[in-house]
Design a protein around this ligand. Structure first.
Ligand SMILES: Nc1ncnc2c1ncn2[C@@H]1O[C@H](COP(=O)(O)OP(=O)(O)O)[C@@H](O)[C@H]1O
Ligand SMILES: [Mg+2]
Length: 413
């Protein structure tokens, strides 16, 4: 591996995670600098985006590892975006970091995929609060500030009355809150899975102290190594992929039907989990960065749709479709300027399928091709099935966001 020049964007060179990342990168022969996130200047000019550090033009960096604290999300993500513009590889993108910081936005993004998430509602009107609570089976419920961290801003409300009062109070001081079903069977424990690329490199279980229900280490939670069940592993990787995070700490409760995702962190700490698991996570991150750097900050959707008239799309092969039962070569797709990039068949993913491969009814095809040709394979009007609510709130017209993901989703698991 050639030597890379790596910048770690962090305000704390002495913080455990920053130190470990620097150490690991140096050990693998790279040049590393810890760059103070707050000392940059960003210059935005057509065709010439630029960056200064302590007032001087910054030298070339091959890659940056963002370690953006929640208190500086806005400034930090602007900086990462600027690095993206000047062509520096960023381990997590600005957009992905931004989305993961908002508990509501990330839950919304995850909800259309068939993976377990904590049932969540977000309402604006006072009168809708009770509906929202009732829609998830009534108290106890968990109330969360949209951008809390380390367990601060997470409250357990034992009764509907208390829940309403808390939400009203927080709304009166202009705090947006969401209501979540309390996953009581998790008993103050949760799982933190550390995802790097498409795998979980380490995991730990956190157990809340005493009567506390929050298992955060900052709230006195104890950590312990855990052998992760494959279902938890799959869920964690999938969540990171959906949110487009290459490095992520995925927090899951142990629900009665399996993993329940609570949040996905884009700058997960290394200290607790390296100590609990004994895994050298810093080195895993650096190795991944070495592999990934040649791919750059590549946005496949943007690049592919830049060619006029072309698009990427995914569709399911209907049983009566012309192409069902034919090989890819016989299907005539290639002649119509459509290339199949991937087939999802049940649990299997077939990348770059050969011409001799038979297309089956029920296959989900990810295709690139001429829009006009692709169109004929798409359903005329997509109307996803919505699952019925278990219990209907007292009145009509509630805006509680309690609809469940459609069960036939997760085509690209
Ligand atoms: N819906 C829930 N049911 C049960 N426990 C929860 C729920 N949501 C959060 N918790 C507990 O509270 C802790 C903090 O919640 P989390 O959403 O991760 O906020 P933070 O960003 O502050 O860590 C979790 O680690 C978990 O132990
Ligand atoms: Mg958390």
């Amino acid at each position: 591996m050639q030597q890379l020049k790596i910048g770690i964007l962090s305000r704390g060179p002495r913080l455990y995670s920053t130190r470990r990342l620097r150490e690991a990168a140096e050990q693998r022969g790279h040049k590393v600098k810890v760059l103070n996130t707050m000392k940059f200047g960003m210059y935005i000019e057509a065709g010439r985006p630029d960056l200064t550090y302590y007032g001087k033009q910054i030298s070339h960096y091959d890659a940056v590892i963002p370690r953006i604290g929640t208190s500086i999300t806005f400034y930090g993500t602007a900086l990462v975006r600027q690095f993206e513009q000047i062509g520096t590889y960023c381990l997590n993108t600005a957009d992905a970091i931004m989305a993961s910081r908002d508990k509501l936005a990330s839950m919304q993004e995850l909800s259309s995929h068939n993976i377990g998430i904590a049932e969540t509602a977000f309402v604006y009107e006072q009168k809708d609060i009770l509906h929202a609570i009732q829609a998830m089976g009534g108290a106890p419920v968990v109330i969360k500030l949209l951008s809390g961290t380390q367990g601060i801003g997470v409250i357990l409300a034992e009764s509907n009355k208390v829940a309403e009062a808390i939400i009203e109070t927080l709304s009166s001081v202009k705090q947006n809150v969401l209501v979540q079903k309390f996953v009581s069977e998790s008993k103050g424990r949760d799982i933190r899975a550390f995802v790097v690329g498409d795998r979980v490199v380490a995991a730990m279980r956190r157990t809340a102290a005493g009567q506390e229900f929050r298992s955060n280490v900052h709230r006195g939670g104890a950590t312990q190594a855990v052998d992760l069940d494959p279902e938890y592993e799959r869920t964690a990787v999938r969540a990171a992929q959906i949110l487009n995070l290459h490095v992520a700490g995925v927090d899951m409760l142990e629900g009665k039907d399996g993993p329940v995702i609570m949040e996905v962190n884009s700058s997960p700490g290394l200290e607790g989990i390296e100590k609990a698991s004994g895994v050298d996570i810093a080195t895993e991150i650096v190795k991944y960065l070495e592999e990934q750097i040649r791919f750059g900050n590549f946005d496949v959707r943007e690049r592919l749709s830049l060619t006029k008239g072309y698009s990427v799309t995914e569709f399911t092969v209907e049983p009566n479709a012309q192409i069902a039962g034919k090989t890819i070569s016989e299907s005539g797709l290639r002649e119509r300027d459509i290339v199949i990039l991937r087939i999802v068949r049940g649990p299997d993913h077939i990348a770059n399928p050969k011409g001799t491969r038979i297309i089956e009814a029920g296959d989900s095809l990810l295709c690139y091709g001429l829009k006009s040709a692709l169109q004929s394979h798409l359903p005329t009007l997509v109307r996803p099935k919505r699952r019925k609510k278990k219990k209907k709130p007292a009145s009509e017209g509630s805006t509680a966001a309690t609809d469940h993901p459609s069960p036939n989703e997760e085509k690209n698991a």
